[in-house]
Design a protein around this ligand. Structure first.
Ligand code: ATP
Ligand code: MG
Ligand code: FE
Length: 336
């Protein structure tokens, strides 16, 4: 089954053709990041406009790269939640139009479920059940993926997402948006113990996260040093901060794995590209004899190939939509 998938939840306009949830026939991503960089973050109004401009050429290119016509695909899938409402609406309305015109089923896909599904492309042998740490720009969840479309959230962040915490600290360190990637690069070879930073816990909720105190601690360190006319060693500061964030992620994720008896651990979302997080979890799983899966770097950030992968399983579970499908800015991962 060939699915044409679309993604427009944030600042990437993407289209892809995926066969049977695992084989990517084409994948096109048009990123707006250079434009949003000017403002230090995503400007929703600009994002919607750019999606409107890009959605047709990106979709045409995905079809052309796969050597297919719209009539050759078996269904149209689209990210419909969660995300920026104006951005999501562009993809949803375009997908509805395509599905109606070509008389194909329409498959709505939850953005975070699709981040998880990026792993089905990278690791064709991966099958549920497994435990997944979803770490992205706007979300940080520990989820039990019981089956492809049966998901239980065990814990989540109470404030900032891991990606947001990385981006905001990176900004304070003078790195351009989205700074998470550069902070990660800068941290390589730095001294992780140079600065002592808090490792927040949430009382009574061992799988929940809180990053705002840690983020504020590092921002205060930088501002206080500035006032004294001092410059902190960025490499060591980035290394200490990255280490503290990863310590929290690893601590709760391993605790959840032990409590649920999970021996198959998976990471997903933009922050799953983080070098230290990958190394730490790889080592922790190897030590315990557990399996560890992570997406190819090209599939960690937003793309439509992952939407096409999850859409296949949503279709098999009977999750299709009619032409009254609407976009939703928020939606729990359990619901579909
Ligand atoms: P969401 O998926 O929650 O709706 P989003 O789609 O904007 O949010 P993603 O595209 O999944 O988020 O991920 C982007 C985030 O990943 C950014 O915050 C970015 O800084 C972060 N990120 C990317 N690479 C790395 C890295 N190597 N280390 C840390 N963070 C990273
Ligand atoms: Mg993005
Ligand atoms: Fe995302």
């Amino acid at each position: 089954m060939k699915i044409l998938a679309l993604e427009s939840s944030c600042d990437e306009t993407a289209a892809a053709i995926v066969e049977n949830g695992r084989t990517v026939l084409s994948s096109v991503v048009a990123s707006q990041v250079e434009e949003h960089k000017l403002y230090g973050g995503v400007v929703p109004e600009i994002a919607s406009r750019r999606h409107c401009e890009a959605v047709v050429p990106v979709t045409k290119k995905a079809l052309a790269d796969a050597g297919l016509q719209l009539s050759d695909v078996d269904a149209v899938a689209v990210t419909y939640a969660p995300g920026l409402i104006g951005a999501l609406l562009v993809g949803v309305n375009f997908a509805k139009g395509l599905a109606m015109a070509a008389d194909k089923p329409l498959i709505p896909v939850h953005h975070l479920r699709s981040h998880v599904a990026a792993n089905y492309i990278t690791s064709p042998e991966l099958k549920p059940p497994f435990l997944c740490l979803v770490v992205s720009g706007g979300h940080t969840h520990i989820v039990h993926v019981k089956d492809y479309t049966e998901i239980r959230v065990l814990g989540q962040t109470r404030d900032d997402a891991a990606g947001e915490a990385f981006d905001k600290a990176a900004r304070a360190m003078g790195m351009p948006y989205p700074g998470g990637i550069e902070l990660d690069k800068t941290a390589e070879g730095g001294d992780e113990h140079a600065f002592s930073l808090p490792h927040p816990r949430v009382d009574g909720a061992p799988y929940d996260f809180s990053f705002s105190g840690l983020k504020t601690a590092v921002i205060n360190l930088i501002h206080n040093a500035e006032q004294r006319g001092e410059e902190l060693p960025t490499k060591d500061l980035a290394a200490s901060y990255r280490c503290a964030v990863v310590d929290c992620l690893e601590r709760n994720f391993l605790k959840a794995a032990e409590a649920t008896g999970s021996t198959k651990l998976v990471i997903a979302g933009g922050v799953s590209a983080n070098r230290l997080l990958r190394r730490r979890l790889e080592a922790a799983c190897a030590e315990r004899g557990w399996q560890f899966f992570r997406p190819a770097l090209s599939l960690c950030g937003d793309n439509a190939a992952m939407v096409g992968a999850q859409a296949y399983y949503e279709f098999l579970a009977g999750h299709t939509a009619e032409n009254d499908l609407n976009a939703r800015p928020e939606m729990p991962m359990e619901a579909n």
